[in-house]
Design a protein around this ligand. Structure first.
Ligand code: FES
Length: 94
């Protein structure tokens, strides 16, 4: 079966296959990693230029099977009520 490559980043010549391969490699080398476009560019040895591809880049990332945040890292945020914040309020005046 022949697959068609789709150019995602024209500035750097990155295809959807490049992105999927980078995400799979990143996930295989560190299962707990959080995949970001910047990390994908670095994994491919490239650097974003105009940024015009970012929406398409993100769509391609979201379609990768191994893009999701690892299950053990989900729901780590906890709600902290403001009255329990341990902060000192300082005035910015004077
Ligand atoms: S099209 Fe990707 S950085 Fe310009």
């Amino acid at each position: 079966m022949e697959t068609t490559l789709m150019m995602v980043c024209h500035c750097m010549g990155i295809t959807d296959r490049d992105i999927r391969a980078a995400v799979d490699w990143m996930r295989a080398s560190d299962p707990a990693t959080i995949v970001t476009p910047g990390k994908v560019y670095r994994a491919l040895g490239k650097k974003a230029d105009c940024g015009g591809c970012l929406p398409h880049f993100m769509d391609t990332l979201r379609q990768c099977d191994s893009f999701a945040v690892p299950a053990n890292l989900r729901n780590l945020r906890r709600v902290v009520e403001p009255e329990t914040w341990d902060v000192e309020v300082r005035s910015h005046e004077g």
